[in-house]
Design a protein around this ligand. Structure first.
Ligand code: FAD
Length: 528
């Protein structure tokens, strides 16, 4: 069965509707008046506006339902397998963060990821971008891709920031946020470069007149494509619950995708002129593998930034050196305008070379993320709390990664995944250093109510490297500098999996910048 071909120009299939697939759609459609895009997404559409952040859903029940629906087909059963009630919504190792599902969920067809237990994915229109925290710092120094020159990189990053609606001064006027920065500056200022001291954390979203934030998802990246009156909309089609099972190809040229309609179970083939695979760091290489596309580096060089987190009760004496009681009341009033969205002032100390090769993020909250014993001196602290954590480097190594087994299929019928991952001594040493820095930050701000602790591997949700980009086809990369799979003329890959470096920050902005470069090159090839 083949869907009718209504093409007027080259058609590009995009696998996955997260921020990266959406960046490809936007850049391709805007680059040429002839190109058409067919976006195929395995998960359901959650919101009326495709790909919107579920954090913007005001009704708590509707929000919970949208998260539940993103957790993949095995979500309900897998919760039951851990003895949790069907309606439990627990964030943590077993059920993964809300809106995500663990790869190694323990049931039939589960991946094997004992050494990377918190690895998770989202399956819905907008991908993880419907659930993300929206932190969008720029990579710095050695985090960047060395072979893309600075001027071009800076332009790509600016374009990526526009696509994601990045706001570098979010909550910048919050006096509580300002007091937190001042206390961190007192502690660390003398040892940091001037341009890399405590600052507001850039986030993707649009501040609203009432002081709240409309958080960005894939919807803002798609932007004008979602306006039915836009000429871009006529050349774009999004099909949800459409699982791409195989990329058809011959002699380094992609010809079609085989898709399963998950509503009916039927399969069909779409002839296309190019394919972009942006189906996340584990499922993209799995789809390539299942399609017989198996470069040596595929699945390898897996990294994430290890995370050490803690919660601190803010010290009133310290805070009141920089913020008044009236400031605090004004902040609480502003927060009460939007009780369903608990994020307030967000600060950070960015990565800088040579000494601070870590990223600190500090989220202010009125309440701690867990109940405190009412007899605790920190219960009901009127100055509030911060949840904060350091991201640290993990150097890419061939031996860390995901392998696929043709002889054992996973719950979707794809070659099952086994993830092998290990922190080396040098990484453990950096984690110890970062933990010390976190202790200092906590003591500068108040008292720990949750001591710094290293989260299990995979907890960052920032999985990188399994389809890394490289300058030459020397077996250590999957794609060239324009994200085209080595040996193919019309197969492009996208996502955090392309990042070839050790990074400490949230990767989506960087991956969108890489996607912009890849999309421009693809549009040029298809239209020239
Ligand atoms: P995804 O968003 O993962 O989308 C991939 C899509 O592909 C999915 O919808 C999936 O269903 C689909 N797919 C997979 N296989 C197939 C197939 N065979 N056929 C069809 N479709 C398929 N990043 C940051 O930079 N900053 C943050 O603050 C941040 N916070 C986060 C907080 C949470 C709770 C989560 C879950 C993630 C967070 N992230 C953050 C990570 C961020 O969301 C991801 O980096 C980003 O979404 C990656 O975009 P993507 O398009 O590459 O992949």
């Amino acid at each position: 069965e083949s869907a009718p071909d209504t093409r007027s120009g080259p058609i590009v299939a995009i696998v996955g509707s997260g921020p990266i697939g959406s960046a490809y759609a936007r850049e391709l459609l805007e680059a040429s008046p002839d190109l058409r895009v067919l976006m195929l997404e395995a998960g359901p559409q959650l919101t009326d506006i495709p790909g919107e952040s579920v954090r913007n859903i005001p009704d708590p029940d509707e929000k919970a339902k949208a998260r539940e629906r993103s957790q993949g087909p095995q979500a309900g059963e897998h919760r039951a397998s851990f003895g949790l009630p069907a309606n439990a919504r627990v964030e943590g190792m077993f059920t993964a963060r809300e809106g995500t599902h663990l790869l190694d969920f323990g049931g039939e067809g589960s991946a094997h990821a004992e050494t990377f237990p918190a690895a998770a994915a989202s399956t819905n229109v907008g991908g993880m971008g419907a659930h993300w925290t929206c932190a969008t710092p720029r990579p710095a120094g050695a985090e960047r891709v060395a072979f893309i020159d600075d001027a071009e990189w800076d332009e790509l990053i600016v374009e990526a920031e526009e696509l994601l609606h990045v706001n570098t001064t979010a909550f910048g006027d919050s006096p509580i946020g300002g007091a937190i920065r001042s206390l961190l500056q007192e502690e660390f200022g003398a040892e940091l470069p001037d341009a890399a001291g405590p600052s507001t954390l850039p986030v993707a979203g649009d501040p609203q007149p009432d002081g709240s934030m409309r958080w960005a998802g894939a919807d803002v990246v798609l932007g004008p494509i979602l306006d039915p009156s836009s000429p871009l909309a006529a050349r774009f089609e999004l099909r949800d619950l459409s699982l791409v099972r195989r990329i058809e190809h011959a002699d380094g040229h992609v010809t079609a995708v085989t898709v399963q309609d998950l509503r009916t179970g039927s399969r069909y083939t779409e002839q296309v002129d190019a394919v972009v695979v942006a189906a996340d760091t584990f499922r993209s290489p799995q789809l390539l593998w299942a399609s017989g596309i198996r470069p040596t580096a595929l699945g390898h060089y897996l990294t994430e930034h290890p995370v050490v987190i803690s919660t601190v009760s803010l010290d009133g004496e310290g805070m009141s050196r920089y913020a008044t009681e009236e400031d605090l009341q004004a902040e609480l009033l502003r927060r009460s305008a939007n009780p369903v969205d608990p994020v307030a002032a967000v600060n950070r100390i960015p990565y800088s070379e040579p000494d601070h090769t870590f990223s600190l993020q500090v989220m202010y909250a009125e309440k701690p993320p867990f109940p405190l014993d009412p007899s605790s001196p920190h219960a009901g602290n009127k100055w509030g709390y911060v949840n904060m954590g350091y991201g640290m480097r993990k150097q890419p190594r061939f031996e860390d990664g995901v392998t696929f087994d043709d002889g054992e299929l996973d719950y979707r019928g794809f070659p099952n995944m086994t993830i092998r991952y290990e922190l080396t001594d040098s990484e453990k040493a950096e984690i110890a250093q970062g933990t010390e820095l976190l202790k200092r930050a906590g003591e500068a701000l108040g008292t720990f109510i949750a001591q710094p602790r290293l989260l299990p591997n995979g907890s960052s949700l920032h999985f990188q490297g399994t389809m890394r980009m490289g300058e030459t086809d020397d077996g250590t990369s999957v794609a060239d500098g324009y994200s085209r799979v080595w040996g193919f003329d019309n197969l492009v890959v996208g996502g955090n999996a392309l990042i070839p470096t050790a990074t400490t920050m949230n990767p989506t902005l960087m991956s969108v910048a890489i996607a912009v470069r890849g999309a421009r090159a693809l549009a040029e090839r298809l239209t020239s």
